[in-house]
Design a protein around this ligand. Structure first.
Ligand code: GDP
Length: 465
């Protein structure tokens, strides 16, 4: 695919509002000539040493001063976009950056579209598609953990994994196709048993990456934690304790009217989004059914379930109904983690309190009244997100739905290839399936792409990026 534009673009790369310094970027073939037109007489951008800051006045076409700025020029291909690029650091505020961009547009630039600088970087092979998407994820990161993950993708670790995968596939496919060329002589260049082992290895690798998606999403957007239990066990009080604020109204009347409450907090560099399933007040008969329905919805969406029981009260059928509902989500397939919290530990323990008939990640006692056990609860939350407590900082994690969809399609084609092999079909069929796997990996990294895919990705970027 050819890069469609060769005009010069300009945009403000900093967020709007008052600020000390703002960066205005200009990129394209005539970037140096265009900016020279805003310099005072006798000054030329080309005469400035590259990658060095120069203090200059910018003026409009009548010679009226716009601002005193520093600027740096980057000569193609050694720039972010791979084109001639200028970064102008001017004063912030409402007028200076806007007037500079307006004047740049008068002298030969056009306003950049969202993500156009990164799009140009992609077309000029400065970044692949995974890295370009990582740029957006860095800006949108919700937590240090999410940021680390995005930085890893920018660094190219995920791209590297995909390229290795692609090379292995290309090699296998080449052997198969070579065999096809000599098919009349009954020569097979790829040993079928070896081929099968190779396909199994690839399947394992893709499945492993796909399995990391849930974790990747949680790192990116925060771990969703549903607090579940019948009214009055202390869910809202626990939420307030974890948030360290009185976010949720606590009342001793079971089922105080309020909608599901959500708020987030940071722990160990990660964001946790708490969802309090809250009480409800409606006609008495409906309390249970609505409470259960609400718990179900929250549990469905959650990565982690905090099941809260009141250890000062004997278990009743409402507890049991919610436990039963919860059981539906407890399977390896959902990957949901459950922490069982026995609240109100400051009160006398009742005999026969609620029990969970399934295994949980952690079980602990808390008092949302005194704060006892809250530190342990926080530790349990961190432990759950960091399975086995191992250091996972170097791990490549899938965070993007588009990547997941490409890998799913790749996996489906790979399984077809395996099936064709098992059924002893001609190498032609196996090779065709492998070509599809290669194609999907190519789409993932951006080696094969369409205007639709690029439009979808870059339209979410901000202008100036
Ligand atoms: P929710 O309906 O499950 O959200 O429960 P709330 O958080 O609204 O609490 C219900 C009542 O129990 C309130 O009066 C709280 O002050 C009280 N409560 C909550 N947690 C504790 C606790 O650990 N110990 C004691 N003694 N009371 C608690």
């Amino acid at each position: 695919m050819q890069f469609p534009e060769d005009d010069t673009i300009a945009a403000i790369s900093s967020p709007p509002g008052r600020g000390a310094i703002v960066c205005v970027r200009v990129s394209g073939k005539s970037a140096f000539a265009v900016v020279t037109r805003l310099l005072e007489k006798d000054k030329r951008v080309e005469s400035f040493a590259p990658r060095t800051l120069h203090l200059v006045w910018l003026v409009d076409s009548n010679g009226k001063r716009l601002d005193q700025v520093t600027l740096a020029r980057y000569v193609a291909p050694n720039s972010y976009t791979g084109e001639n690029l200028i970064e102008i650091f001017c004063h912030g505020g409402k007028w200076v950056p806007a007037l500079i961009v307006e004047n740049l547009c008068h002298v030969g630039c056009r306003l950049a579209e969202p993500g156009e600088f990164t799009r140009r970087a992609f077309f000029n092979n400065k970044l692949d598609l995974i890295q370009a998407e990582a740029v957006e994820d860095i800006i949108a990161a919700e937590s240090p953990a999410g940021l680390q993950n995005a930085l890893q993708h920018l660094e190219g670790r995920f791209s590297e994994r995909m390229q290795q995968l692609r090379e292995r596939l290309l090699h296998t496919c080449a052997l198969l196709e070579l065999g096809l060329d000599f098919s009349e002589e009954d020569v097979e260049f790829a040993d079928r048993a070896q081929l099968r082992a190779e396909l199994e290895g690839l399947e394992k690798e893709i499945t492993f990456l796909l399995a990391s998606f849930q974790r990747g999403q949680a790192l990116k957007e925060g771990w969703r934690v549903a607090i579940i239990g019948k009214p009055n066990v202390g869910k809202s009080s626990l939420m307030n304790m974890l948030l360290r604020q009185d976010r949720v109204i606590v009342s001793s009347i079971p089922g105080t009217t309020r909608d599901t409450v959500e708020d987030s907090f940071m722990l160990d560099g990660q964001r946790f989004r708490l969802i309090d399933t809250a009480g409800i007040r409606t006609s008495h008969d409906e309390i249970e059914s609505q409470g259960i329905a609400r718990s179900r919805r929250a549990a469905e969406e959650a990565h982690i379930i905090l099941f809260v029981g009141d250890q000062s009260q004997p278990v009743d059928h409402f507890d049991e109904a919610i436990v039963a509902e919860c059981s539906r989500f407890v399977s390896d397939a959902t990957g949901k983690k459950i922490i069982f919290v026995r609240n109100k530990s400051d009160l006398l323990k009742a005999s026969n309190t609620v029990r969970l008939p399934f295994s949980v990640e952690a079980e602990l006692e808390t008092s949302a009244q005194t704060g006892a056990g809250i530190a342990e609860l926080e530790k349990a939350l961190c432990a759950v997100t960091n399975a086995n407590g191992s250091d996972r900082s170097g791990e490549v994690v899938l965070t993007n739905l588009r990547h997941k969809q490409c890998l799913e399609k790749a996996l489906a084609a790979l399984l077809c290839a395996k099936k064709s092999l098992d059924e002893n079909l001609s190498a032609e069929f196996v090779a065709a399936d492998l070509r599809e796997v290669i194609h999907q990996i190519g789409v993932l990294v951006g080696e094969v792409t369409t205007e639709d895919i690029l439009g979808e990705i870059f339209s979410h970027f901000c202008i100036g990026k």
